[in-house]
Design a protein around this ligand. Structure first.
Ligand SMILES: Nc1nc(=O)c2c([nH]1)NC[C@@H]1CN(c3ccc(C(=O)N[C@@H](CCC(=O)O)C(=O)O)cc3)C=[N+]21
Ligand SMILES: [Mg+2]
Length: 290
C-alpha cells in the first residue's frame, strides 16, 4: 500500500510558519501584510473559496480586504478597482477570483495586476520570470505540489516527471518548476499518444486534467510518487449525493505507487497555504525585508 501524502497536515504546518513570518514582518514594518481578494458575481463555489481564503488570511495574522462586486460589473469598473489595489500601500497581494462572469475579459483583468502583487502568479510577467529563473511569484497550486514532492523525495534532480495537463495555471508552471529542480520533464495532454506508457515511465506523476479517476493503477510505475491535482465532483453511491474525486483512480493507484496525495486533503489545502506564503513574500519584498 502506498503512503498517503497528507497535504492537509503539511498545509497546516506551512500556515503556522507563515503566521510566524507574519508576526516578524508586522513587528518590523509596523503594519500587517495585506491580501486583497476580488470576487465578481455569485458563483457558489467561488463564494466558498473566497470565504475560506478570508478565514485563513485572518488566522495567519494578515489583513484581508474583500471586494465583492455584482455580476454585471463593467470591465472598466473592475480595471479601476485593480488599479486602486495596485496603488494601495496596505495591499501586498491581489487575487481576482476566477472564473469571472461572462462578458468580462479575464486576461485583461489579470494582466492589469502589478506583477509585484501577483500572489496568484497568473500574469505573463510572473510566468516569464518563472521561465527565465528571475524572482517572482509561482502559481499556488504548482508551488504547493512542488513543496509536497520535495518533502517526500528530497533532491528531485534526474528524476523523470510526467505532468498530465497543459494549463497555464497548473501544467505549464509545474513543468517549469520541475525543470528548475533538474527533473526530466514531459508534459502529456489529450493528444498524447500511448498515454499509459508515457505515464508508466515516470518517477513523478502530476495529474491535472480535470477528468475524474482517469489515471489507473496499471498506468503507474511501482514506487512512483503521484500528485493528484484534480478536484472533480461526481455522483456518490448514495442516491442524490456527490463526492470529490481526483484525476487518479485512488483505489487502484494506491496498490502500486510509493506515495499519493488524496482528494480531498491533498493538493487543495496547499493552494490556500501557498497563497498566504506568497503574500508574506510579497510584503517582505515590498518592504525590503526579503
Ligand atoms: N484567482 C484564482 N486563484 C485560485 O487559486 C483559484 C481561483 N481563482 N478559482 C478557483 C480555484 C480553485 N481553488 C481551490 C483552492 C482550494 C481548494 C481546496 O482546499 N480543496 C479541498 C476540498 C474543498 C471541498 O471540499 O470542496 C481539498 O482538496 O481538500 C480547492 C480549490 C483555487 N482557485
Ligand atoms: Mg489541460
Amino acid at each position: 500500500m502506498a503512503d498517503i501524502i497528507d497535504g492537509k497536515a503539511f498545509a497546516a504546518d506551512l500556515r503556522g510558519k507563515v503566521a510566524e513570518g507574519v508576526a516578524e514582518f508586522s513587528a518590523k514594518a509596523g503594519r500587517k501584510p495585506g491580501l486583497a481578494v476580488v470576487l465578481v458575481g455569485e458563483d457558489p463555489a467561488s463564494q466558498i473559496y473566497v470565504r475560506n481564503k478570508h478565514k485563513a488570511t485572518v488566522a495567519a495574522g494578515m489583513e484581508s480586504f474583500e471586494h465583492r462586486l455584482p455580476a454585471d460589473t463593467t470591465q472598466e469598473d473592475l480595471l479601476a478597482l485593480v488599479a486602486q489595489l495596485n496603488a494601495d500601500p496596505a495591499v501586498d497581494g491581489i487575487l481576482v477570483q476566477l472564473p469571472l462572469p461572462k462578458g468580462l475579459d479575464e486576461n485583461a483583468v489579470i494582466q492589469a495586476i502589478d506583477p509585484d502583487k501577483d500572489v496568484d502568479g497568473f500574469t505573463t510577467a510572473s510566468a516569464g520570470r518563472l521561465m527565465t529563473g528571475l524572482p517572482g511569484f509561482v502559481a499556488c497550486t504548482p508551488l504547493g505540489c512542488l513543496m509536497l514532492l520535495k518533502d517526500r523525495l528530497g533532491d528531485l534532480s534526474g528524476k523523470t516527471a510526467v505532468i498530465i495537463g497543459r494549463s497555464n495555471i497548473v501544467g505549464k508552471p509545474m513543468a517549469q518548476l520541475l525543470l528548475r529542480e533538474s527533473c526530466t520533464v514531459t508534459i502529456a495532454h489529450s493528444r498524447t499518444k500511448d498515454l499509459p506508457d508515457v505515464v508508466r515511465a515516470a518517477d513523478i506523476v502530476v495529474a491535472a486534467v480535470g477528468r475524474p479517476e482517469m489515471v489507473k493503477g496499471d498506468w503507474l510505475k511501482p514506487g512512483a510518487t503521484v500528485i493528484d491535482v484534480g478536484i472533480n465532483r461526481v455522483p456518490a453511491a448514495d442516491e442524490g449525493k456527490t463526492k470529490l474525486v481526483g484525476d487518479v483512480d485512488f483505489a487502484s493507484a494506491s496498490e502500486t505507487v510509493g506515495a499519493i496525495t488524496p482528494v480531498p486533503g491533498g493538493v487543495g489545502p496547499m493552494t490556500i497555504a501557498c497563497l498566504l506564503y506568497n503574500t508574506l513574500e510579497a510584503a517582505n519584498r515590498r518592504e525590503g525585508l526579503a
